[in-house]
Write a protein that binds this ligand. Structure first.
Ligand code: RM4
Ligand code: MN
Ligand code: MN
Length: 432
């Protein structure tokens, strides 16, 4: 029995469910390990609905040559111009049908600022993908050695702020909604910077930036616990991001990069908190083994991504207003770039779908009755469901290649790109 009536406490949808009791009556609700028992057609409807609602943004920098701090292995097919990046993004969208937008990094993609917008708009038309999140670049200029928006020098802070405002203008001109901010700011040695002064400087800069946004735009504030700064980073975790987003204004939210956490951190709990407090704005998806490895989504721990998606589906079922930008933040050093991007998108769809299939009604009953093993088996069992026949059927139904990776190989796109671009690519030394 829930307590709602007598105490006025909210029951969070537990009314009518059996509570954890001291009596051993759990077997009555136990349905151990039974995952969704819907008839096949209802299951397909549910799956198609989930897949229809899922879109994921790909990053322009995922197609360019990148490397580690030790070196770079150049790929003949890597994109070296904004045109080639759009071409590759268009190809990924043709193959998967779910990547209609491409995230842009201002310095790498629009080095002349707003002046480059006209060209980008042309490319959007030509390749059938639109500009997505606009990423200011506050980490490459020599002046940012001691920080950008948190630099002790008012002059350098001002320069960084102007770059923020330029980025917002670029986004407006492109019709992009999200400004996706990641800063390298921090310090390497204890006592060398005032942590609190820097908080104040950043609050102010984000407030001013927020004021310059159009009503439909959003500021997404990304956090990262370390790197390139190793003693403190100015936005180290989701709590700090939430604070800065709130201080900035009502259109700011938190961006969760799955690689930006310490080992063993419970990311789905962070996601649940951000959903509960209406502060979740988007994701940068990738996987990690050690730190910000930017490995392929789900390659190390697919269960982690499933658990994140489950929190989101659960919040959606509960009627929470959710508006999340799903983005990929990966740039592959060893794998073929387009191939890895397609693999990532397909993996994201599979994990999103798996989580959509969790029988949350049954799970709520098992949670309420504290039937731990049955609840876990239901959850875990759904994770182990092979959804690939469903994603394949969905692609066929939507007129998309049933197997996007196979289609990519058959198309010869990468070989053609390698032939055309090969001679140029080795000369390029940044993400641009
Ligand atoms: C950072 C962060 C940003 C990305 C840069 C390249 O670690 O993840 O989102 O834009 O890397
Ligand atoms: Mn990121
Ligand atoms: Mn990162």
């Amino acid at each position: 029995m829930t307590e709602t009536g007598s105490t006025g406490l909210r029951d969070y949808g537990t009314e009518g469910l059996r509570d954890c009791g001291t009596k051993n009556d759990r077997d009555q609700v136990r349905d151990m390990g039974k995952t969704m028992k819907l008839p096949e057609s209802a299951m397909q409807d549910l799956a198609f609905k989930a897949l229809d609602s899922f879109r994921i943004e790909i990053p322009s920098w995922g197609f360019a040559d990148t490397g580690t701090r030790f070196g770079k292995f150049v790929q003949a097919a890597a994109a070296t111009t904004i045109e080639e990046k759009f071409a590759d993004a268009g190809e990924v969208n043709r193959l998967t049908g779910v990547t209609p937008t491409v995230a842009l990094h201002v310095l790498w993609d629009l080095p002349n600022g707003v002046k480059d917008v006209a060209e980008v708009k042309e490319l959007e038309k030509r390749f059938g993908v639109k500009s997505g999140a606009i990423n200011p670049n506050l980490f490459q200029d020599q002046e940012y050695k001691y920080g950008s928006l948190c630099n002790p020098s008012a002059e350098i802070r001002q320069k960084a702020l102007e770059h923020m405002l330029d980025s917002i203008e670029i986004a407006k001109a492109l019709g992009s909604r999200d400004i996706s901010l990641w800063m390298p700011d921090g310090s390497n040695y204890p006592g060398t910077q005032s942590i609190r002064k820097r908080i104040g400087w950043l609050e102010e800069a984000l407030r001013v930036s927020h004021d310059h946004m159009a009503h439909y735009q959003r500021l997404l504030v990304e956090y990262k616990p370390f790197e390139p700064a190793f003693y403190h980073t100015d936005i180290a975790d989701w709590g700090m991001s939430s604070h800065f987003a709130r201080a900035a204004g009502p259109q700011a939210r938190v961006l969760v990069d799955t690689g930006h956490h310490y080992s063993a951190q419970n990311i789905e709990q962070i996601v649940a908190w951000l959903l509960h407090t209406n502060m979740l704005g988007g994701f940068h998806f990738n996987d990690r083994r050690y730190a910000d490895d930017d490995l392929t989504l789900g390659s190390i721990d697919p269960y982690q991504i499933f658990r994140i998606f489950h929190e989101i589906h659960a919040a959606t079922d509960d009627g929470l207003g959710i508006d999340i930008a799903y983005m990929i933040d990966q740039s592959h050093n060893l794998k073929g770039k387009i191939e890895a991007m397609v693999q990532t998108v397909v993996t994201a769809q599979e994990l999103y779908l798996k989580a959509a299939l969790v029988d949350r009604k049954q799970l709520a009953g098992l949670q309420q009755s504290c039937d731990l093993v049955a609840a876990e088996e239901l959850y875990r069992g759904t994770f182990w469901t092979d959804v690939r026949p469903l994603t394949r059927a969905w692609r066929e139904a939507r007129g998309l290649p049933a197997d996007p990776l196979a289609e990519l190989r058959a198309s010869g796109y990468v070989e053609r790109a390698a032939k055309e671009r090969g001679s140029r690519s080795s000369a390029v030394s940044s993400y641009a």
